[in-house]
Write a protein that binds this ligand. Structure first.
Ligand code: CA
Length: 178
């Protein structure tokens, strides 16, 4: 199991989710490790995005800063030309899933991972199932969002934020462990 999440609001949400889910399913959930998240996002691909290398293909698989957003915010200089139909966040599952059957791995909302962010961690990490840095100033976020630079939604993009941060471009998904 990866690092334990300690931010009070996410602990509250996760505890509530776990309690509800465990009572129905007898399963255990947690935030994914960063390496697990990237494996899930790539779904066997080696391209920038699970949809290919061209950011214009992102509208097949996710909600990014696109032509729809550009029409609403003409001063945004970082949008792609293609349209995904959403200015702000989109309902879960609005786009094609990746080869693992997972939706919304690119764009929509950054996804919190369990790991502390360690900038140099992967230069000397274990090759298999790395658990992430033991310490850091903030936790890892992956996947990009509806708002930011679409290139930042690529599978390998690493980002982080402080534990107390709140933002309408960040969320989380949990992993079932048993
Ligand atoms: Ca969009």
């Amino acid at each position: 199991m990866g690092a334990v999440w300690t931010s009070p609001i996410f602990r509250y949400l996760l505890d509530a989710l776990v309690a509800k889910s465990c009572s129905k399913e007898n399963k255990t959930y947690r935030l994914p490790a960063e390496a697990e998240w990237e494996h899930a996002c790539r779904a066997g691909t080696t391209t920038r995005y699970s949809s290919g290398d061209d950011p214009e293909t992102l509208t097949k698989v996710g909600n990014v800063a696109d032509a729809t957003a550009k029409a609403k915010f003409p001063d945004w200089t970082w949008t792609i030309k293609a349209s995904d139909g959403y200015v702000f966040t989109s309902p879960v599952g609005s786009f094609q899933p990746n080869a693992f059957g997972l939706y919304d791995m690119h764009g929509n909302a950054w996804q919190w991972c369990a790991d502390w962010y360690g900038e140099e961690y992967y230069a000397a990490s274990p090759a298999g199932d790395p658990n992430g840095s033991d310490s850091g100033d903030g936790r890892v976020l992956r996947g990009g969002s509806w708002y930011g630079w679409p290139y930042g939604t690529r599978s390998a993009r690493r980002y982080w934020s402080n534990l107390g941060s709140r933002d309408n471009s960040a969320g989380f998904r949990v992993s079932r462990t048993q």
